[in-house]
Write a protein that binds this ligand. Structure first.
Ligand SMILES: CC(C)(COP(=O)(O)OP(=O)(O)OC[C@H]1O[C@@H](n2cnc3c(N)ncnc32)[C@H](O)[C@@H]1OP(=O)(O)O)[C@@H](O)C(=O)NCCC(=O)NCCS
Length: 279
């Protein structure tokens, strides 16, 4: 698939430097640098659009990317890895951890209800199919101990004031919370969205009550305006989770540099088990 050992995030490997041993030192997103498969130039589509369309550029561009990426399944072969995580297509062996995660009431606290095994089977199929068709989606996040959860990009399937758009989403098994895996996986997915898909903006949405998810959005540098808050149209009026917040992050010139730098800082903090720090 990508030359890394199966079952092990691509970035993990021992290296030496500055008198001590560390793991997974340099991180890079771009296994396929250069133009997108469909040949968009560096300036992006918006730069070439007639003036009259500039105001609609974000929606227009999002629709175009969604349409075109369906015909480029080779995007699916991307190797998306951070220092400790690898984002990849799902396989059948992932069903057990995936279903256990979706059945955990703590993980599903801010969803209408936990998922049954049958719902998880159907949901895993949908995630797989989405990645097969578009080349990107909600990827499995693999760490050294196995599948920790999922992170990736999706197109909300309802209408709201901010749609069409591409959102970033995440869900992790409870035992892997509080270790920075979700943040790292999200940084990789955002880099993909901005560097490869050349999106101008990515949003993230969650129930107003879901503070942990919002903290992650803030740590990623996403911003929130109360004007963007909305009632989720797929939840009934009066439902305690209906009020949602929307966070946004735009593709600014220094964003990819910052994401890269933060991933490299994570890599620099990893010390290999058994390494001698006095080397
Ligand atoms: C939302 C969710 C993904 C956040 O996971 P998380 O583990 O809190 O997020 P991170 O990976 O960024 O970890 C951050 C925490 O790890 C700590 N941490 C430890 N080591 C770290 C490292 N190397 N790098 C970064 N943070 C690290 C941070 O201090 C932070 O702790 P804090 O929350 O006490 O401040 C998780 O709670 C979840 O799966 N929830 C259920 C599903 C859900 O609600 N999804 C969203 C629906 S819209």
């Amino acid at each position: 698939m990508n030359g890394s050992k199966p079952g092990k995030p691509a970035g993990i490997g021992r290296t030496r430097g500055r008198g001590h041993s560390r793991c997974a030192v340099r991180w890079s997103l771009s296994p396929h640098p250069g133009p997108l498969p469909w040949g968009e130039g560096q300036g992006g589509e918006t730069a070439r659009m007639p003036h009259s369309r500039v105001g609609h550029s974000r929606n227009w561009r999002t629709r175009r990317i969604l349409r075109r990426s369906r015909t480029f399944p080779e995007l699916n072969k991307l190797n998306l890895a951070g220092p400790r995580v690898r984002l990849r297509q799902w396989n059948d062996a992932d069903l057990e951890p995936f279903a256990a995660m979706n059945a955990d009431p703590e993980v599903m606290e801010f969803f209408p209800q936990p998922q049954t095994r049958e719902q998880s089977i159907a949901s895993l199929e949908r995630l797989k199919r989405g990645i097969d068709e578009r080349g990107w989606g909600l990827w499995a996040v693999e760490i050294e101990q196995g599948v920790a959860g999922f992170t990736g990009l999706a197109k909300p399937d309802f209408e709201a004031h901010f749609t069409p758009c591409i959102e970033i989403g995440w869900r992790f098994r409870r035992r892997f919370w509080g270790r920075g895996y979700a943040r790292e996986a999200a940084q990789v997915a955002l880099s993909f969205a901005f560097e490869r898909l050349r999106l101008q903006e990515v949003v993230s949405l969650t129930a107003q009550l879901n503070e942990r998810s919002q903290r992650l959005m803030q740590r990623l540098g996403m911003t929130h305006s109360p004007r963007d808050d909305f009632e989720h149209p797929l939840l009934p009026a009066g439902h305690p989770l209906r009020r949602h917040v929307l966070y946004r992050i735009r593709n600014t010139p220094d964003l990819l540099k910052r994401l890269n730098q933060e991933l490299n800082e994570t890599a620099d903090r990893i010390v290999c088990p058994g390494s001698d720090s006095k080397n």
